[in-house]
Design a protein around this ligand. Structure first.
Ligand code: ATP
Ligand code: MG
Length: 327
C-alpha cells in the first residue's frame, strides 16, 4: 500500500513561482510513489480572507488549474474542496476540546501575528487554525505532510493532538509525519527575501510571456555594478539566484561571465526570461486546455471531494462511536 500524502493550498489568489519551487514541483515528483490528496483549503482561506468570499471562490478553480497545469495527473491524485468535507469540520470541533489556548499561543505563526497585531483583533478561527489543519491531515489518515521548516511546529502539534485523542477515546487515527522540503524560500525579483502574493512581487504561473519579460527586466541585480564594464557579483544578485533555481544548466557559465564582465545585466536578464518562459510554456499549454474545459476542472474537484467524503464519512462514524457521540 502506498503511503498517503496530504498537501494543498489556500485559495487566496493564483499560485506563483515560490509555490512552484516550494511545493508544486515535489507534488508532481511524488504522485506515483504516494497516494496524494490535494486540499483546496477554502476554509483555511477564510481565516485571513473572511471578508472576501468571492476571491476565495474564484481562486478555488485557479488554484486547481495551477496544480493541474504544473503536471499533477487527475487520474493519480485526489483534489478535495475542504469546505465540502463534513468530517473535517466535525474533527476540528472535537480536536478543539483537547487543545489549550496556551498551546495555541505558543505556535510560531500565532506568536508572530500576536507580536505584530496583538490578540485584540485575532479571531478564534485564526487562533485555532493549527487545529483545523490537524483535521485536514487526519480526516483521511494521511501519513505524511510535505512542509517547509516553518511548518514543522504545526505537524508536531497535530501529532500531539492525535496522540492525546487516541489515548482518550481508543481511536486509531494516524499520527502524521512531515516530509521536510530541502528547498528554501524563493526570494522576490525586487530583492525581498520572499516572493509573496501580498508583497506585490509575485511572478505567477499564469503570467503570459510579455509579463514575465517585463517582471524580469525590472528585477534588481548587483547594485554596485554601475557599468557593464565592471565585473558583477553573482553572490548578491537576485537574478543570479533565479538562474540557479530555474536555469541550472547555464548558471555556471553565467556566473563566470558576470564575474569577468563578459555579460551585462540586460543580456543576463534576457537569458533568465527565456529560461522562465521555456519552463512555463508546457504549463501554459495545459492551462489553456483546462481553461477551455472548465467542466472537467469542476468534475475533478467534485469527484475527488466525493471520494474524500466517503473516506472521511467512514472515519468520522467510527470516531464518533468510540467517543460515544451517538443517539
Ligand atoms: P501571502 O502573501 O498572502 O501570505 P503567499 O504568497 O505567501 O501569500 P501562501 O498562501 O501564504 O502564499 O503560501 C503557502 C505556502 O506556499 C507556504 O507555506 C510555503 O510553503 C509556500 N510558499 C509561499 N511563498 C513561497 C516562496 N516565496 N518560496 C517558497 N515557498 C513558498
Ligand atoms: Mg504567506
Amino acid at each position: 500500500m502506498r503511503k498517503r500524502i496530504l498537501t494543498g493550498d489556500r485559495p487566496t489568489g493564483r499560485l506563483h513561482l515560490g509555490h512552484y519551487v516550494g511545493s508544486l514541483k515535489s507534488r508532481v515528483a511524488l504522485q506515483d510513489e504516494y497516494e496524494e490528496f490535494i486540499l483546496v483549503a477554502d476554509v483555511q482561506a477564510l481565516t485571513t480572507h473572511f471578508e472576501n468570499p468571492e476571491l476565495i471562490h474564484d481562486s478555488i478553480y485557479q488554484v486547481a488549474i495551477d496544480n493541474l497545469s504544473s503536471g499533477l495527473d487527475p487520474e493519480k491524485v485526489t483534489f478535495v474542496q475542504q469546505s465540502m468535507v463534513g468530517a473535517i469540520a466535525e474533527l476540528t470541533i472535537f480536536y478543539s476540546m483537547l487543545v489549550t489556548v496556551n498551546q495555541l499561543s505558543h505556535n510560531p505563526t500565532i506568536k508572530t501575528e500576536a507580536k505584530n497585531y496583538g490578540y485584540k483583533e485575532m479571531t478564534y478561527g485564526f487562533l485555532g487554525y493549527p487545529v483545523s489543519q490537524t483535521a485536514d491531515i487526519t480526516f483521511c489518515n494521511a501519513d505524511l505532510v510535505p512542509v517547509g521548516d516553518d511548518q514543522v511546529p504545526h505537524i508536531e502539534m497535530a501529532r500531539k493532538i492525535v496522540r492525546k485523542f487516541n489515548e482518550l477515546y481508543g481511536t486509531s487515527i494516524t499520527e502524521p509525519d512531515y516530509k521536510l522540503s530541502s528547498v528554501g524560500r524563493l526570494c522576490g525579483l525586487d530583492g525581498n527575501a520572499k516572493m509573496g502574493k501580498s508583497l506585490g512581487n509575485a511572478v505567477y504561473l499564469s503570467d503570459p510571456e510579455d509579463v514575465i519579460n517585463q517582471k524580469v527586466r525590472a528585477a534588481v541585480t548587483d547594485t554596485n555594478r554601475i557599468s557593464v564594464k565592471i565585473p558583477g557579483n553573482p553572490d548578491i544578485c537576485t537574478v543570479f539566484k533565479y538562474h540557479k533555481a530555474f536555469n541550472e544548466g547555464e548558471s555556471g557559465n553565467i556566473c563566470s561571465m558576470c564575474r569577468n564582465a563578459a555579460i551585462g545585466c540586460v543580456a543576463c536578464k534576457k537569458l533568465l526570461a527565456k529560461a522562465l518562459n521555456d519552463m512555463l510554456d508546457p504549463i501554459r499549454e495545459k492551462r489553456a486546455y483546462y481553461e477551455a474545459h472548465m467542466d472537467e476542472v469542476k468534475d475533478i474537484l467534485a469527484s475527488g471531494t466525493r471520494k474524500a467524503n466517503e473516506i472521511g464519512g467512514r472515519n468520522i462514524a467510527e470516531i464518533k462511536e468510540k467517543m460515544h457521540v451517538s443517539l
